[in-house]
Ligand binder design. Structure first.
Ligand code: GAL
Length: 466
């Protein structure tokens, strides 16, 4: 009964596409000149940590197949595409000599994307540090901000004519949490003081890249991509509310405030000072952060963060971890993606949009990641095609909430799904499939899934009805 359907039409010029990253899609080829990054190194010493022992050199072979893949971008209706440059590909040692093979590769990829009329967003850092810099202390060592600045400037100088918009970092809080407060990213330390220093140095590096971008081309827009997962308290009890507030300070405001507003929230500064974690800062550095704010924002959203009052009490001398401030809350009855175990909460995207509208000057933004990982997805293949109706429903449900926010004044200009082709996801390798296109790991064959055809129709119509 079509007359009962609601039409969700998006604003004129709304962008439709997907995101990926260099380290998760390119793969390594003999003679490509790529240097080792922290993932390559970690895999070389502990391959058993990676699902199926599949390492970063075996990502989706985009390096070799990019022409075919860019055709697939067209076939699946992309008007925008985000990928990242691998620092370790362009500058194999992190600083110094430029790898000319990389320049040729990225220029060919970017030119072809432009030729197809697809807008190109390029990120400079997606969790992938050149290992030579890791050996010098990585993000704990403040000198790295200048190495990053030089790398960013090199990218702007080499590729600015082909790139529509730049991005400084993807989800910078993730390497902080997973690498310095957990065991999921190299160097797998648990050290709160180091974590704070890493976060501060990353922010400073991001602000320096904003500055360099505008120096190279004052017209060019640059963003940071943040996972702005709202923190929802278990209850209205003041202890739960306090826990959620602290979770949000650590996980979202730590980069959102300095990047968009130019300064850190007072409550965050006080809190880290109270625990003796403050990094070394200078007036000059804080001025760089204040004066070089992003032009727009990328938002990644998968699932909400539900928290409750902490159960652990910190005692002097003990290793401080986030669990001393908030505990995860497993909400009974939550909607779940049974193929991945993550909660599905579509309204999160609406809440993020309204928060940006009301608290962050309604800055322009795009959804730069949202999507559904599915383990064992081959089980859904019928007549050669993955019938991923669950993914279509997931996207539609989120788009309905996004549409509602846009109607209420949210300044969102596009939606990028994670991701266009099944890709390598860090320690999970190829366990969970996210693509609009299926990748056969053995033959490297690419097959468009049902969602890929549907995405083309969505993009062509600039919306959908349901
Ligand atoms: C994000 C990350 C991506 C991808 C995705 C799905 O947090 O930016 O690189 O791995 O999760 O797992």
């Amino acid at each position: 009964m079509t007359e009962d359907k609601v039409v969700y039409h998006f604003p004129e010029g709304f962008l439709w596409g997907t995101s990926t990253s260099g380290p998760q899609s390119e793969g390594t080829e003999l003679g490509d000149g790529k240097g080792q990054n922290n993932w390559d190194y970690w895999y070389s010493i502990e391959p058993e940590r990676f699902h199926g022992e599949i390492g970063p050199e075996r990502t989706s072979t985009f390096y070799k197949n990019f022409k075919k893949d860019i055709e697939l971008l067209v076939e699946t209706g992309h008007t925008v595409f985000r990928t990242s440059i691998q620092w370790s590909r362009l500058l194999p040692k992190g600083i110094g000599e430029v790898n000319q093979e990389a320049v040729t590769f990225y220029r060919s990829v970017f030119s072809l994307i432009k030729e197809k009329g697809i807008q190109l967003f390029v990120n400079l850092y997606h969790f992938d540090l050149p290992y030579a810099l890791q050996e010098q202390g990585g993000w704990e060592n403040k000198d790295i901000v200048w190495a990053y600045e030089a790398y960013a400037r090199t990218c702007f100088e080499l590729f600015d004519d082909l790139v529509d918009r730049w991005i400084t970092f993807n989800e910078p809080i993730v390497p902080v949490e997973c690498g310095y407060l957990g065991d999921y990213h190299y160097p797998c330390k648990v050290d709160a003081k180091a974590a704070v220093a890493v976060a501060y140095h990353t922010q400073l590096a991001s602000s320096l890249a904003v500055k360099a971008c505008h120096e190279v081309n004052p017209e060019k827009k640059i963003a940071i991509v943040l996972n702005l997962t709202p923190a929802y308290p278990r209850s209205e009890h003041p202890d739960d509310v306090k826990a959620a507030k602290i979770a949000e300070l650590f996980q979202t405001k730590s980069f959102l405030d300095p990047s968009v507003l130019g300064e850190y929230p007072r409550d965050l500064v006080d809190l880290i000072e109270e625990y003796g974690l403050s990094p070394e800062t200078s007036e000059e550095e804080l001025a760089i952060i204040r004066e070089n704010r992003v032009d727009f924002l990328g938002v990644n959203y998968y699932q909400p963060l539900r928290v409750q009052a902490p159960t652990k009490v910190w005692k002097e001398g003990e290793v401080l971890t986030p669990e001393h401030f908030f505990a995860p809350y497993d909400m009974p009855g939550k909607k779940i993606n049974p193929h991945r175990g993550w909660e599905i909460y579509e309204k999160g995207i609406y809440d993020i949009a309204i928060n940006i509208r009301d608290q962050y000057n309604n800055i322009e933004w795009l959804v730069t990641e949202n999507g559904m990982g599915v383990e064992g997805e081959v089980a859904f293949r019928q007549d050669e095609v993955i019938q991923d109706d669950y993914r279509i429903e997931f996207i539609e449900d989120h788009l309905i909430e996004l549409h509602r926010a846009i109607e209420e004044g949210a300044n969102c200009k596009g939606y990028m799904l994670w991701t266009f082709i099944d890709c390598w996801s860090w320690l999970n390798a190829y366990k969970n499939r996210y693509g609009l296109v299926e990748l056969d790991l053995e033959t490297q064959e690419r097959r468009i899934k049902k969602s890929g055809r549907w995405f083309k129709a969505l993009s062509d119509a600039n919306g959908f009805s349901r």
